[in-house]
Design a protein around this ligand. Structure first.
Ligand code: BDP
Length: 647
């Protein structure tokens, strides 16, 4: 058999196995909201916690820790949820722990939830990194792969078995990364006993942030009636003054149900209604959803109330779910990104979910502070580098008009083995889960399927073609991209993206200290990419580390002066190219963040324009001045909202 022939057979087998394993997700993942028919009980606070330090990290399973109270299996400590566990104690082995950790909490479920057989009780975890298994009263209820998306399990019948007992929830979480996880990693055993202690191993990662682990987002119980609204899909458009909201409601628990769908404006007035499971609502004199600084009233949200009544087994069920809806369109041309048919220029930031002590744990004071800083800066957008952020953050973006490039955890795909069959199948499932969760957010305007993969490797072509096609099939309303740092001529995935997103670190990782190369190299970068692909370009990362308080003039690397000078050189080129086809610039990074220990990292990555504690470096003021100027120029602000004149 000729080589190409056998390659073709392999390709077919590969395709079959890829598509054979990707099953459509069963059911929706609506954000749990209280309503007249739904209750929510948060389980945040202190949980019992135990890391499995046994040599194979498997003692918890061998001794079935989930079968009894965790405290009866050995010593436990108190662990806050949500939070990463790494920085909570003084123990370096817990900070750098790799393997299974166990969380447990007992909770009393309201009596009505148990006695009322018509109520479904669902246990939901906002996210836990990386692999999770969940038990309730010793019985496994679900498991989930992936550290940044929610998972849930219905536990009604389980908790009804012994109504007098508290409900014991056990969650085991493993942060081990392999070549087929997202992000990928490898475990390396060091067997030279003259150099390493017995059993020594390390987790190698190919991304530049600390692999924080634990239960990162809220855990909660919520109820729905037995017949319930399982999912809502909304797509919006407008013609002249009329908004169009195409919707589809999925119902679970009964074959038929009566639905009433009501769209209300901010003041609670009904602007359109319908009573079919799918249809188009027409909104006269529509108030469109606009990005921050593009309109005097950004982030306008309607409320879509879905009211269900169904009869099943001679009982009547009623469910109410209210979804915020922003009416807007997104389109891409060869040179522009259009929101509501108007050119939109991304002047924004790249972020991380990262802070002192909490690691990647959701923290409201931090979230609100970050939004205040984003608005202070005059930024209109961010990218969820390098994984999906909490839904609570996207809801803030919807309300404030902050535009989001929603990125999946496909970061660090550098090893050729991570382009294989198993990796691709998992990547497709992650995109299913991401689109299922985030499809209704008006703030989300583009999907990013990966960051800086080795996109010049031959298998990258098939990999990204499949992945991007799949994502477009899931959602035809948004453009799809991945973030490249590859060479324009060798990049295999670029033909399939809608927008070219390029990261570059001229005069930092390349030609360190030589600021004078930036105008030439950045200009060549843009001309080459645009010349070859004729697609609009976002500078999706650029930046320099700066230690706050370190000064040198003439500028030297790592000083605040160097960070300023580097940014300004980039800005000069952006200002020429944004008149042509450059549609955005996202600084790397909003704030300093923690990384693995390495000789090029001084307690983390210092490319933030804010410190990790959210204090501005000099660069924050440079960027603020620029972003407000850009907003005044490119936004459509009425004169009285133009701000701050004093800059
Ligand atoms: C980029 C990566 C980002 C890193 C950054 C850096 O996308 O995750 O943190 O480099 O090295 O290439 O600062």
């Amino acid at each position: 058999m000729s080589v190409p022939g056998s390659f073709a057979v392999l390709r077919v087998l590969w395709l079959l196995s890829v598509f054979g394993t990707v099953l459509p997700l069963d059911g929706g993942m609506l954000f749990p909201r209280e309503s007249s028919s739904r209750e929510v009980k948060e389980l945040n606070g202190l949980w019992d916690f135990r890391a499995d330090g046994s040599p194979n990290r498997n003692e918890g399973f061998e001794k079935a820790w989930y079968k009894r109270r965790l405290a009866e299996t050995g010593p436990v400590i108190e662990m806050p949820v949500p939070a990463s566990y790494n920085d909570i104690t003084q123990d370096p082995t817990l900070r750098d722990f790799i393997g299974w950790v166990w969380y447990e909490r007992e909770v009393f479920v309201p009596a009505r939830w148990i006695s009322d057989e018509g109520t479904r009780v669902v246990l939901r975890v906002g996210s836990a990194h990386y692999y999770s298994i969940v038990w309730v009263n010793g019985e496994k209820v679900t498991e989930h792969e992936g550290g940044h998306l929610p998972f849930e399990a219905e536990i009604s019948s389980l908790i009804r078995r012994d109504p007098m007992k508290p409900c014991r929830i056990t969650i085991a979480v493993n942060n081990t990364l392999t070549l087929e996880t997202l992000p990928p990693g490898t475990i390396q055993y060091m067997n030279d006993r003259t150099r390493y202690p017995d059993g020594f191993f390390v987790q190698n990662i190919y991304f530049d942030f600390f692999n924080y682990a634990g239960i990162h987002r809220p855990v909660l119980l919520y109820t729905t009636p037995k017949v319930y609204v399982d999912d809502i899909i909304v797509e919006t458009n407008f013609m002249d003054n009329t908004g169009l909201v195409r919707y589809k409601v999925s119902v679970q628990g009964a074959a038929t149900a009566t639905l009433k769908v009501t769209l209300m404006d901010k003041d609670g007035h009904c602007v359109a209604s319908a009573n079919a499971p799918s249809g188009v609502l027409k909104v006269v004199d529509v108030k469109l959803w606009w990005p921050y600084l593009m309109h005097e009233n950004p982030g306008y949200l309607y409320s879509m109330e879905v009211h269900l009544i169904a009869v099943s087994e001679s009982s009547t069920y009623e469910d109410v779910y209210t979804l915020p809806v922003g009416i807007r369109t997104v389109n891409v041309t060869k040179t522009q990104f259009l929101v509501n048919n108007k050119p939109f220029y991304f002047h924004g930031v790249n972020k991380h979910e990262d802070s002192d002590i909490r690691g990647k744990g959701l923290d409201w004071p931090l979230i609100v502070k970050d939004f205040n800083l984003i608005k202070w800066l005059g930024a209109n957008s961010f990218r969820t580098s390098h994984y999906p952020y909490a839904e609570e953050i996207l809801q803030m973006c919807d309300r404030h008009g902050i535009v989001v490039i929603d990125e999946c955890p496909g970061v660090g795909i550098k090893d050729i083995r991570s382009f294989g069959n198993a990796s691709l199948s998992h990547h497709l499932v992650v995109m299913d889960e991401l689109v299922r969760r985030d499809k209704n957010h008006p703030s989300v305007v583009m999907w990013s399927v990966a960051n800086e993969p080795a996109s010049e490797m031959p298998p990258a072509e098939f990999y990204f073609k499949t992945l991007i096609k799949h994502t477009k099939a899931l959602d035809h309303t948004r453009p799809v991209t991945y973030i490249t740092d590859s060479n324009y001529a060798r990049d295999k995935g670029a033909p399939f993206v809608d927008v070219v997103c390029v990261n570059s670190y001229f005069s930092w990782y390349h030609d360190p200290g030589h600021l004078e190369v930036i105008p030439i190299q950045l200009n060549a970068q843009f001309e080459n990419w645009y010349g070859k692909y004729k697609k609009p370009i976002i500078q999706s990362e650029y930046g320099a580390d700066a230690l706050p308080g370190l000064h040198m003039d003439p500028p030297m690397m790592f000083t605040e002066e160097y960070q300023n000078a580097l940014l300004q050189s980039y800005h000069d080129v952006f200002d020429q190219k944004r008149k042509q086809y450059v549609i955005g610039e996202l600084i790397w990074n909003f704030a300093d963040f923690m990384t693995a220990q390495a000789i090029h990292r001084v307690v983390g990555n210092k490319k933030g324009i804010f410190t990790r504690q959210r204090q501005p470096k000099a660069a924050a003021f440079i960027l603020r001045k620029r972003y407000w100027r850009l907003a005044n120029e490119t936004g459509r602000l009425p004169p009285w909202t133009k701000y701050p004149c004093s800059l």
